[in-house]
Design a protein around this ligand. Structure first.
Ligand SMILES: CC(C)(COP(=O)(O)OP(=O)(O)OC[C@H]1O[C@@H](n2cnc3c(N)ncnc32)[C@H](O)[C@@H]1OP(=O)(O)O)[C@@H](O)C(=O)NCCC(=O)NCCS
Length: 270
């Protein structure tokens, strides 16, 4: 690949399988159950977005091509003056040549003016942290990813007293079947909540709190008996009160209040 000039361009339908492998190989395997991009139908989800641009207004899905091969991917979205980057990754063989910076800069330019750009990065991801710091990002908060096995029998009893009403359940189930992930809007015990399903086994909940959250989870597991693991991303310092909860990883929210630094840092290498 030496000598050829990288091209940054929008994602196209024919890139989707390569991008799935690129993203799948870029993050630690223990994170896979908890990430959207590693679920079985993420490629269908990308294809659907490409076929219906109106579904991703403000989103810039882009790749870098080097010598005819797609070697980098990033998902950037901007809305109401804020930008957010996820899933940026570069094939190992093409790293440390300025491609991630160039891709990110291109996406921010394409997205139009914003006042701030944010992203989440795993605390132990030194290359990425260094890159973001060099583009003007600073840490603003830290969160912990927690997971816990679901003990169906005792939870279901706890939750039986609560009414669960999911008005769009058919849509959520259809999305889960096709994409391997979905959101579930539910009214649980009179409270409106949003849950996530990541595969059949994992449910994402808003917090890993105490008895009230356990009752909510109980109501959910009564409604969806195939749930085996509960997952939450919780601000650092808040204890996880689910029994047998373990820390999966720690993620840092970083923010850049001068997006011109990102675009300036990302001139394509020659
Ligand atoms: C993080 C990642 C995207 C960087 O891609 P890249 O194309 O190699 O990065 P660039 O060449 O554009 O480097 C930009 C800066 O990142 C930092 N950096 C990149 N690799 C580094 C490394 N191995 N060690 C330390 N710093 C590193 C440097 O500050 C570098 O600037 P410099 O070359 O002026 O020193 C790539 O390592 C990757 O795909 N990792 C796996 C997926 C991932 O972790 N994504 C981030 C999700 S938040």
């Amino acid at each position: 690949m030496t000598g050829s000039r990288p091209i940054v361009r929008p994602l196209s339908e024919s890139d989707v399988d390569v991008v799935r492998d690129l993203v799948g190989g870029s993050f630690a395997p223990n994170l896979s159950p908890f990430m959207v991009a590693t679920q079985h139908g993420w490629t269908d989800y990308l294809r659907l977005k490409l076929a219906h641009p109106e579904l991703h207004h403000g989103q810039c899905l882009a790749v870098v091509e080097l010598a005819g091969e797609v070697v980098a991917f990033g998902d950037y979205r901007s809305n109401a003056g804020s930008g957010f980057l996820s899933y940026i990754c570069v094939a190992e063989s093409a790293r440390q040549r300025g491609l991630a910076r160039a891709l990110f800069a291109w996406q921010v330019e394409q997205g139009g003016p914003v006042d701030r750009v944010s992203l989440d990065v795993f605390r132990d991801n030194v290359p990425a942290m260094r890159m973001y710091e060099s583009m003007g990002f600073r840490e603003v908060e830290e969160a912990v990813w927690w997971s816990a096995p679901v003990d169906n029998s005792s939870l279901t009893e706890l939750g039986e007293a609560l009414d669960v009403d999911c008005p769009d359940l058919h849509v959520s189930v259809a999305a889960l079947e096709r994409f391997g992930f979905c959101q579930i809007r539910a009214r649980v015990g009179g409270r409106d909540m949003v849950f996530g399903r990541l595969g059949r086994a994992v449910v994402r909940v808003p917090s890993m709190g105490g008895p009230h959250e356990r009752r909510l989870l109980g109501a959910l597991t009564a409604a969806f008996p195939d749930i085996e693991v509960v997952f939450a991303v919780v601000p650092k310092g808040l204890p996880a009160q689910m029994p047998a909860a373990t820390e999966v990883t720690a993620a840092v929210r970083m923010e850049c209040l001068e997006p011109s630094l990102i675009t300036r840092a990302g001139r394509l290498p020659t």
